[in-house]
Each structure stands twice: as structure tokens, then as C-alpha cells.
Design a protein around this ligand. Structure first.
Ligand code: B12
Length: 436
């Protein structure tokens, strides 16, 4: 069976993201005996070049990986479904291979997206065990497979055949665990990956890094785990193993700003970690409680200090505008950021509401949303002060702080400055180019 897997994501901001989900699924399908090819919309010049590639490959099945629904940013919101629909429409016009969907965007809105795109089937959650749906697609069927044992995931040695365009990415994703045990009120991660943490052995992670570095010269890696330190012992074991490789690689990752021992950052540094994105959300004690974060202002201080002392660049990602946000809580967050002095502060304004989250229930309770209302077309939560007042005060209060960045402020991806910076800077997350 010939399967064309299409990574539909074209978003360049904040960086083009290596389509690791397609690669893991592609590897599982090829291990099950299929002939698989990954086509990447990021590097197709248009939908017609995709059509040509498809006609040359003559697939029996088409899988489409849908990563993003939207950019989750307000007010410059981008919604990608119309583009995905035009792609499916064009494929349908010249091929009758069944179309099967998967990816995080699909898992968040399976029924709505399968209808929107008119696809033949779809898989929510882990996609590696979906081989049987590819064999026997059943019109409109949505499948959820059991959770995968992570020893089975791998970027294969023949990545250059499976995915001919892979080396165009400057940073490769690598996954060491799935699952998030936290209860942050707005977040989708437990829904996407499960609440139990499933880990991959340090040997397997280190083997993959070594293979990619030795065979293909890969230098930059992003650990795509929801939170690399969700299970701190696991992170330590993986970091020790990577450090033991002594390879000249650069690693970035997401961490929660809470560690049991500051020396952990020195270990991360030895493993090649150059950049940490802390999922901090707020610096106000009330807002940390309101968002149900599991750490305190003091944890944020300690983690920032230890990370900086270990010589690792860090940024704090914030979500401003959750339930209970006021000028006072915004000021508390700004003053904590001033104190811990990160390279960058990346702040979302307004909270993207996802189905099934506590954020959705709060928005319904406050009559900002009707029960059962569709959230596919992005909706954002704002506190009683409202969206305009929130934006105005956040922009005003942060005036003069050059390290603050608002993804929703404008359509950054299409600005010339962004394109030039992206062309010139090649060593991992773009926020590292910020001046403190
Ligand atoms: C790591 C990460 C990032 C990193 C990526 C770094 C890098 N170089 O890789 C960074 C910080 C850059 C980032 C940025 C953004 N991100 Co992000 N990110 C993630 C995160 C935590 C993990 C993604 C990942 O790689 N997972 C590992 C792979 C293996 O999983 P996967 O892709 O889901 O694939 C599996 C399944 O989905 C399925 N599958 C996938 N494809 C297919 C195809 C078929 C046919 C089948 C059957 C199955 C299948 O099988 C795969 C293996 O099991 C997710 C949340 C999460 N936990 O999923 C958010 C997430 C994907 N991001 C999200 C968003 C919004 C963004 C941004 C738009 C934010 C912004 N405004 O800046 C940008 C967009 C970047 C871009 N260019 O696209 C959202 C998307 C939801 C939405 N609203 O659309 C998510 C889901 C988080 C959330 N809010 O819920 N992100």
C-alpha cells in the first residue's frame, strides 16, 4: 500500500516547526509494510505542486497531519481551516484515495473538522497504532487507539527517503515523554496526550540524537514534550545520558519553573541545553492560583536564577487575561519579570478557550459563551475589564521593555523584519535574539 502523508502546517512563526508527528506516524506505517512518503506544505510552493507530487506518487491512501487550528493569539488571530479545506478540495479533484486525518488540531475538534473537510476518517491522540484505519477506512469513522508504548516511537534511519525535505529544518523535534498530570484550567495537553506520563528510555532518546547528528549533521534539537520536567527524575536520566554523548549539539525545551535542586540546570547545560522556555503564565499569586498552576512566585525566582547561573538562556511564556486578572495582578507579573530578568517574555493576551476545559465551563458560567457553542473558530476569554482595556493596560504597563513580545499584537510572520531575522538567525528559538 502506498501512503502519502501530508503535513498541512505552513505557519512560519515563531519558527517553522519540524513535522515530528508525521514522521512518527510515517515510521509506524512503513514498519507495518506500507510505502510511505511525507509531503510538507511548508515547503510546497502551492497546492498545485502538492497535486503534482501526489499524481507522481499515486497513493492508495492519503493521511493529513493537522497540527494547528489557529495561532491561539489575540487580536491578530489566524485560522487555518479554510486553507486545509482548499487543500482537501484540490486533492479530491484529482484522486480518489481515501483521506484520513490526525494531529493535535484534529484531536481537539474531531467531529467538526472531519465535517468541515469532508474527510473519510480520522485518528485522535497517538497516531502510530492507526495502521488498521489506513487499511480499511470507513466513511466518517473517528478512531482513538490505545496509548502507545513510547519505546516504539522513532525517527527512522531512512528519514531522508521517508521525508525528502527534512533537512530544510534547522531544528529537529525529539520526544522523550507524553502526558501531563497538571490541571491548568485552559490547557489541552492532558486531553491530547493523557494525564499519566509515559516515558521513553534515555538510551532510545540518546540513540536517536546520535543517529541524527552522525548521519545527517543535525545540531539543533527541540524537546517537544509538553513539559520536559513533568517527571523530573526522567528528565535527569535523559539529560545524564545525553551529556554522556559529548556531542556539540544545542537543545531547547519547555519547563515548568520549579525544580527540586538548582544543580539540575548545570546538568541540562552539560547535555547541551542552551534555551529554556518556562511555561510560567503569570507572576501574580492570585493568578497562579486562578489558573491552577503548581508553582509559586518563589519557585519562578529560584528556577530563573539557577537557569541563568548555569549559563542557559531563558524566556517566560505568559497568559494574561485569565479569570480574576486586574491591573494589580498585571503589575505583579510585570514586576516579577523585571526582577528575574529573562531574555524574553512572550505574552499572550486573552485565553484561547478549548472544548472540555475548565476555562470553557467558566466562560459559560460567566455567560461569555453559550453552552455547547463551537470553539473551532477561535474564541478567547477575557476578565471583566474586557479585551480592549486588557490590551491597553498590558501595552501601557510594559512600555519601554524591549524584551516583551506579544504574538497577538500583529501578524508577525508576514513582517519583513521577522523574515530577515529568521533568515539570519539559525541557532534555535528566535526569542534568543532579543536584547534584555
Ligand atoms: C512543542 C510545541 C511547540 C514548539 C515546537 C518546537 C519545535 N521545533 O518542534 C513551539 C514553541 C515552537 C510551538 C509553537 C507554536 N505552537 Co505549539 N505545541 C507544542 C506541543 C507542546 C507539542 C507538539 C509536538 O511536537 N508533539 C509531539 C508530536 C509527536 O505529536 P503530534 O504532532 O500531536 O503527533 C501525534 C498525533 O497528533 C498523531 N498525528 C499527527 N499527525 C498525524 C497524521 C495522521 C494521518 C494521523 C493518523 C495521526 C497523526 O500522531 C502523532 C504521534 O502520536 C503542542 C501541545 C501538545 N502536547 O501536543 C503545542 C501545540 C501544537 N501548539 C499550539 C500552538 C497554537 C502553537 C503556536 C501557534 C503558538 C504561537 N502563537 O506562537 C505556534 C505555532 C508554530 C508553528 N510554526 O506551527 C497548539 C495548537 C492548537 C491550536 N490552537 O491550533 C498546541 C496543540 C498547544 C495547545 N494550545 O493546545 N509549539
Amino acid at each position: 500500500m502506498r501512503i502519502l502523508l501530508i503535513s498541512a502546517n505552513t505557519e512560519p512563526f515563531p519558527e517553522p516547526v519540524f513535522p515530528i508527528g508525521s514522521v512518527y506516524v510515517g515510521n509506524a506505517l512503513q514498519k507495518a509494510g506500507a510505502r510511505v512518503r511525507i509531503s510538507d506544505m511548508r515547503h510546497q510552493s502551492s497546492i498545485s505542486t502538492l497535486k503534482k507530487e501526489m499524481e507522481a506518487f499515486r497513493p492508495d491512501r492519503i493521511g493529513i497531519s493537522l497540527r494547528n487550528v489557529d495561532n491561539a493569539a489575540y487580536p491578530s488571530t489566524r485560522f487555518y481551516l479554510p486553507f486545509y479545506a482548499s487543500m482537501v478540495h484540490a486533492l479530491r479533484a484529482s484522486c480518489d484515495a481515501p483521506i484520513i486525518l490526525g494531529g493535535s488540531a484534529f484531536s481537539l475538534f474531531p467531529e467538526e473538522i472531519i465535517t468541515y473537510l469532508g474527510a473519510d476518517g480520522g485518528v485522535t491522540g497517538d497516531g502510530e497504532k492507526a495502521v488498521s484505519l489506513f487499511r480499511n477506512p470507513d466513511h466518517g469513522k473517528i478512531v482513538t487507539t490505545g496509548l502507545l508504548d513510547l519505546e516504539e516511537i522513532a525517527i527512522p534511519q531512512n528519514i531522508d527517503e521517508l521525508f525528502p525535505g527534512f533537512s530544510r529544518y534547522r531544528t529537529m523535534g525529539i520526544q522523550t515523554a507524553r502526558g501531563c498530570p497538571n490541571y491548568c484550567i485552559y490547557c489541552t495537553y492532558p486531553h491530547l496526550e493523557g494525564r499519566a506520563i509515559r516515558t521513553r528510555s534515555p538510551e532510545s532518546v540518546a540513540g536517536e540524537i546520535t543517529m541524527l547528528h552522525k548521519n545527517f549533521g543535525v545540531l539543533n534539537f527541540f524537546i517537544v514534550d509538553s513539559l520536559f520536567n513533568a517527571d523530573e527524575d526522567h528528565m535527569v536520566r535523559v539529560a545524564e545520558r545525553i551529556a554522556g554523548l559529548s556531542l556539540p549539539i544545542r537543545i531547547s525545551c519547555y519547563l515548568q519553573p520549579k525544580v527540586s535542586d538548582p544543580r539540575i540546570f548545570r546538568l541540562l547545560k552539560m547535555a547541551g541545553c542552551v534555551a529554556v522556555d518556562f511555561g510560567t503564565d503569570s507572576g501574580s499569586p492570585e493568578m497562579l492560583a486562578s489558573l491552577k498552576k503548581t508553582f509559586t512566585r518563589d519557585d519562578i525566582r529560584k528556577a530563573s536564577l539557577a537557569c541563568g547561573e548555569a549559563g542557559i538562556d531563558f524566556c517566560h511564556s505568559l497568559i494574561l487575561g485569565g479569570p480574576g486578572e486586574t491591573i494589580k495582578t498585571i503589575r505583579e507579573t510585570i514586576s516579577l519579570m523585571d526582577e528575574v530578568s529573562p531574555r524574553a517574555v512572550i505574552a499572550m493576551t486573552g485565553v484561547r478557550i478549548y472544548p472540555g476545559t475548565e476555562m470553557e465551563r467558566i466562560a459559560v458560567r460567566e455567560a461569555a459563551l453559550a453552552a455547547g457553542e463551537s470553539l473551532l473558530n477561535p474564541r478567547f476569554y477575557f476578565p471583566p475589564m474586557g479585551s480592549s482595556a486588557l490590551l491597553k493596560s498590558v501595552y501601557e504597563e510594559t512600555t519601554g521593555r524591549k524584551n516583551w513580545f506579544f504574538p497577538g499584537k500583529k501578524d508577525w510572520g508576514s513582517t519583513i523584519g521577522f523574515k530577515v531575522l529568521q533568515f539570519l538567525y539559525r541557532k534555535g528559538p528566535l526569542w534568543r535574539t532579543f536584547r534584555k
